[in-house]
Ligand binder design. Structure first.
Ligand code: GH3
Ligand code: MG
Ligand code: MG
Ligand code: MG
Length: 313
């Protein structure tokens, strides 16, 4: 097969950056005044290493919902101060937007109440008394679905890098951290060199494999706190928190050396690919995302002009 290529490296395991996120204990907020049930649930859920937060009233539940950031909510309908339906209608918008599943657990389960809850967008209405085994399984499945959703939404399928949506999110977070705490970060923009030639010479599928090999190399070369994104096409971005431009340069140049020495083969030819990069560091003068991207882009452009396979600060 003339088109087949074999990449002459061991593609390392796709270091899924989501693992980073997953290591965080998932928080379940229980809003229920049934102290006995709450105690049983708390014990069972903690055994499965969830972090459980408890509110025995609607008021406290709402406070906790807006204050912490639970990953799932278990909501009772009959609460001492307010109906769970009211709580539901207050929080469902934000919960949907942030993919926080809400599971109703209720002693009151008339068809009318259930219809009301479902019509507000709830997926699960569990009737008391709760069967603990079934309930734990439901929670597990909802978390699994949530994980799959999140992955589909923020991870680029071809390369395993985060996508543009997550790029924007990370930028927003790092910029706001910087403004609050002066914690610095660097941004590197990366563009593969003469990539059109790879596609033209060896076909688009081989081009795809090069993109994958590049991403795997980067994902296995960076720290857990770094965020690697596909900016679009053959352009990528790497955020390096707590790293100044000079240190970021060392990281990128090491990856540059490793990548440009990889050997690819296709159509009975061996070929190599390189990339150019531009780095910028957040400063008082440059702390808006547009400005940072513009600076890194200009540095990248300088690397291209100076002959490619290099990095500019
Ligand atoms: P330069 O060194 O100046 O960056 O040259 P270049 O050829 O890399 O830049 P150009 O912008 O001309 O071409 C980028 C190419 O990347 C063209 C496009 O088809 C290819 N490309 C973008 N996304 C993908 C992809 O997902 N898969 C493959 N195989 N190719 C892609
Ligand atoms: Mg109750
Ligand atoms: Mg490009
Ligand atoms: Mg390019």
């Amino acid at each position: 097969d003339k088109n087949s290529s074999s990449i002459m490296i061991n593609p390392p395991n796709s270091a899924n950056q989501l693992n980073n996120e997953e290591c965080r204990q998932s928080e379940i907020l229980i809003i229920d005044d049934d102290v006995e049930l709450v105690a049983i649930l708390k014990e069972a859920l903690e055994k499965q290493s969830y972090y459980v937060s408890i509110a025995l009233s609607a008021e406290r539940g709402l406070k906790k919902f807006y204050g912490s950031k639970p990953d799932m909510i278990l909501l009772d309908i009959l609460l001492p101060d307010k109906s769970g339906i009211e709580v539901l209608s207050q929080i469902i918008g934000k919960a949907k937007k942030e993919y926080i599943p809400i599971i109703i657990i209720s002693g009151e389960h008339s068809k009318e109440i259930q219809l009301h809850a479902y019509s507000l967008g709830v997926m699960d209405f569990v009737q008391k008394p709760v069967d603990l085994d079934l309930f734990l399984m439901l929670i597990k499945n909802r978390f699994e679905l949530k994980r799959e959703w999140q992955e589909a939404i923020i991870v680029d399928e071809l390369t395993g890098a985060f996508n543009r949506k997550q790029f924007n999110q990370t930028m927003k977070q790092l910029v706001s951290d910087f403004k609050r705490t002066s914690r610095i970060f660097s941004l590197a923009l990366i563009d593969l060199d003469h990539f059109k030639k790879v596609n033209d010479s060896y076909g688009h599928l081989v081009g795809d494999e090069v993109l994958q090999a590049f991403s795997h190399l980067v994902l296995n070369s960076i720290r857990v706190e770094d965020t690697f994104c596909r900016f679009g096409g053959e352009e990528f971005a790497l955020f390096l928190p707590n790293t100044n431009a000079a240190s970021a340069l060392l990281v990128i140049e090491r990856i540059q050396k490793d990548f440009s020495s990889l050997k690819f083969s296709a159509r009975d030819e061996i070929f190599q690919v390189s990339f150019s990069s531009g780095i910028t560091e957040v400063t008082e003068a440059a702390q808006e995302s547009d400005k940072l991207i513009e600076e890194a882009d200009q540095a990248l452009y300088a690397s291209k002009n100076a002959g490619r396979n290099q990095t500019t600060l």
